[in-house]
Design a protein around this ligand. Structure first.
Ligand SMILES: Cc1cc2nc3c(=O)[nH]c(=O)nc-3n(C[C@H](O)[C@H](O)[C@H](O)COP(=O)(O)O)c2cc1C
Length: 197
């Protein structure tokens, strides 16, 4: 059981992916199994035409099913989240986040839609039966600058908030794994049970 990072921006390079990258690096540093799902790698026609049976959509959906925790990064688009992310979420099963911990991350041009994660994305995630949707991290573009080499540079304040969110994610992820029941074992037929006295 690992942590899956879903990148919901349709563009590259992506500021929201930079937030996700910070969390992923920290998760990696702590030796927790993780992987990344870039939604732009999925076939656009399958996403737009709701092709549940498309092989790549199935694989992506299985990867979500197989993860214990999900980090979802998206840009704020029109006071909500990206259409690409919605197209993908629409193709997951109704309870596709059942039992999982979810951390939402977003970047936006302005602080005006800072609550978009809470009023737009959170209800959708919540409808998919997660164990817990953690408080999200919203960052404005001004706090995710670009270096001379073209890399994104996070402000100290955003690094601090992401570090706190990562600590909480790891705590909840480990708690969730600890609560998981042992896999069921077929009982030994009664006539084969031998007791030594
Ligand atoms: C189509 C579109 C719609 C956007 N809508 C908003 C918006 O409603 N509010 C906002 O604060 N920023 C908005 N932005 C700015 C992006 O959220 C912002 O630049 C974000 O950091 C982009 O993230 P990305 O680089 O991961 O794609 C919009 C940008 C685009 C391209």
């Amino acid at each position: 059981m690992s942590i899956l990072f879903i990148q919901g921006s349709p563009v590259e390079p992506s500021r929201s992916a930079a937030l996700s990258g910070f969390v992923a690096a920290e998760i990696q540093r702590r030796g927790i199994d993780n992987s990344r799902l870039k939604l732009t790698d999925l076939p656009a026609q399958a996403l737009l035409n709701a092709k549940f049976g498309d092989p790549q959509i199935r694989i992506a959906s299985d990867r979500v099913a197989g993860a214990a925790a999900i980090v979802i990064a998206t840009p704020v688009y029109k006071a909500a989240y990206s259409g690409l992310l919605k197209s993908f979420l629409d193709l997951l099963p109704q309870n596709g986040l059942e039992g999982k911990v979810v951390l939402p991350l977003a970047t936006a041009g302005s602080p005006h839609h800072a609550l978009a994660l809470d009023y737009a994305l959170r209800p959708v995630l919540q409808s998919m039966s997660p164990s817990l949707v953690l408080p999200g991290v919203h960052a404005t573009d001004a706090t995710v600058g670009k270096s001379d080499t073209g890399d994104y540079v996070l402000s100290a304040e955003i690094i601090d908030r992401l570090a706190q969110a990562t600590d909480r994610l790891i705590y909840e992820y480990r708690a969730l794994l600890a609560r998981r029941p042992e896999p069921a074992v077929d009982p030994v037929p009664f006539d084969q049970v031998r007791c030594s006295v």
